[in-house]
Design a protein around this ligand. Sequence first.
Ligand SMILES: [Zn+2]
Ligand SMILES: [Zn+2]
Length: 338
Amino acid sequence: MKYLQGRRGFDIITLESPARSPGPGQVRVQVLACGVCGTDLHFLRQKEDYTPLGHEICARVLENGEGAVRFPPGRQVVAEDQALCGVCDACKSGRPCLCRSGPSLDGQSGMGEELVLDERLLHDAEGLDPAVAAMTEPLAVAIRCVDTLDPAPGSSLLIYGLGAIGLFCLAYARLRGVTRVVMAARDAGSRRNRASADIALDFGADGVLFTALPAFREEALRGGSYDNALVAAPPPLVPDAMGLVGYGGKVLACGVTFDARDARAELDVNAMVFEKKALLTAIAEPALQFPLALRLLRSGRIDAGRAITHRVPLVEAATLKTLFGQDSSAVKAVVVPG
Ligand SMILES: [Zn+2]
Ligand SMILES: [Zn+2]
């Protein structure tokens, strides 16, 4: 069975290994769709060594190992990349988001033909378009971010980042009753940002602003300062966000970079203390949010398919280089068997 790995320069290779049999508690699945995540793009831009690609997975059950009974062969499922163990101190203390000992993808590439997974990673996704079902993971990440920020109904929110996470945060914040959501991205001229801005408006954004424009700050503050801001973009934008939230405002940072030069930000802690502002962080803890994400996809309350701009057959994965290695209209791509 074939699978992909990649490293910087969008150097994507296809590897081949014999199909594995599922062990006890494991399930062998055929991948039906795998989202291309910002993390995968970081690997393809910055990572020195070949790295497995893809963790936003919709698949079909092929074969159950001994004792695996949750899903019959043929059932469509989505897979968490990291599940809870349920028995460690963190899990048993009611803080499962701190669990670090549950089953995972174990280094397998979701961008491939097959996977062997612990059945505890799987959720029923029968009936959903596989590409849309593959959005369960990034939507779960967005839910975690917005729930951590905990915006009040009727509040205002500024979101930096027009990638899938920023867009899904927007859609979910709307469902939570946030009334004013403004999106910010860097460059007004980029084809990607223009395509994303259209999606953002469809998801209910009140406006899309561009930080590279001189009037950004003035335009951003036209409706007053924000109750909260969410940075689904590199860390150097965190101080900007902190400056645009008002007294008592909260900023949540969830964007990371693998380039150490972009990993730092300088904050005026005095001003934060006097203005009662808080900085929060969130990172993918999707295992906690998969059930809600799936309900929102199934009910159509979040139209995640609107964010999918490209479906790329596995054998044509090299085209990710043209889609994401340069400016294009690609926002969210999904690799399909094809
Ligand atoms: Zn992801
Ligand atoms: Zn645990």
